[in-house]
Design a protein. Structure first.
Length: 194
């Protein structure tokens, strides 16, 4: 019998997975947009808007201008990974959720009609965020020299004056323009973005 990709458990299929069902039930929760509370804590803050669209929600990455860190809910997206026990994410309702690890995620994005790979470093694995999209922190990207702009419903991310990634505003949220996925969550390896 095959192992279920979502929970890495043998013996059941996706529509019977209790972990996946619980995640789907939390999908409709409304949060607000990720922010840093200014405290001395190393904990990340995460407040996210409700995404009305369900297409490709499992691979969606939001470009978030107030997220304090990159966050990904799927363990399978990480190329390298270190388990963590002392970090957490504060959600929009002020509840705290522990991070399971931190690592590198490689994304297949579409730039000017062509697929390219970008690498996000120091991404926090937050499997119980309560929603099915991931967050790309504008602040983290800018700290590493990227330039991010939002205009006319489009998001442009540049590194050294070259477009590294693009996004589109949908339902009030800026989604990265992602290439179709084959095999794992996000892709292979290439240029570092943040």
């Amino acid at each position: 019998m095959e192992r279920l990709y979502y929970c890495h458990t043998f013996g059941h299929i996706s529509h019977d997975c209790l972990e996946l069902k619980a995640k789907k039930q939390r999908q409709d929760k409304v949060a607000a947009i990720a922010a840093d509370d200014g405290s001395d804590s190393d904990d990340a803050i995460c407040l996210v808007g409700n995404a009305a669209e369900s297409d490709d929600i499992f691979k969606s990455w939001l470009v978030d201008s107030v997220a304090s860190t990159h966050m990904c809910w799927m363990r399978g997206c990480f190329d390298d990974y270190q388990t963590t026990t002392e970090r957490s994410v504060t959600m929009g309702d002020k509840g705290s959720v522990a991070t399971a690890g931190v690592g590198t995620v490689v994304l297949n994005v579409i730039v000017h009609g062509k697929t390219r790979k970008i690498k996000l470093e120091k991404v926090h694995h937050v499997p119980t965020m309560g929603f099915f999209f991931n967050l790309m922190s504008v602040g983290m990207m800018e700290e590493r020299g990227a330039e991010v702009s939002f205009k006319g419903g489009k998001t442009i991310i540049k590194i050294s004056d070259k477009v590294a990634a693009c996004g589109t505003r949908k339902s009030g949220l800026h989604h990265l323009d992602m290439a179709p996925l084959f095999g794992n969550c996000c892709g292979g390896l290439s240029s570092a973005l943040a």
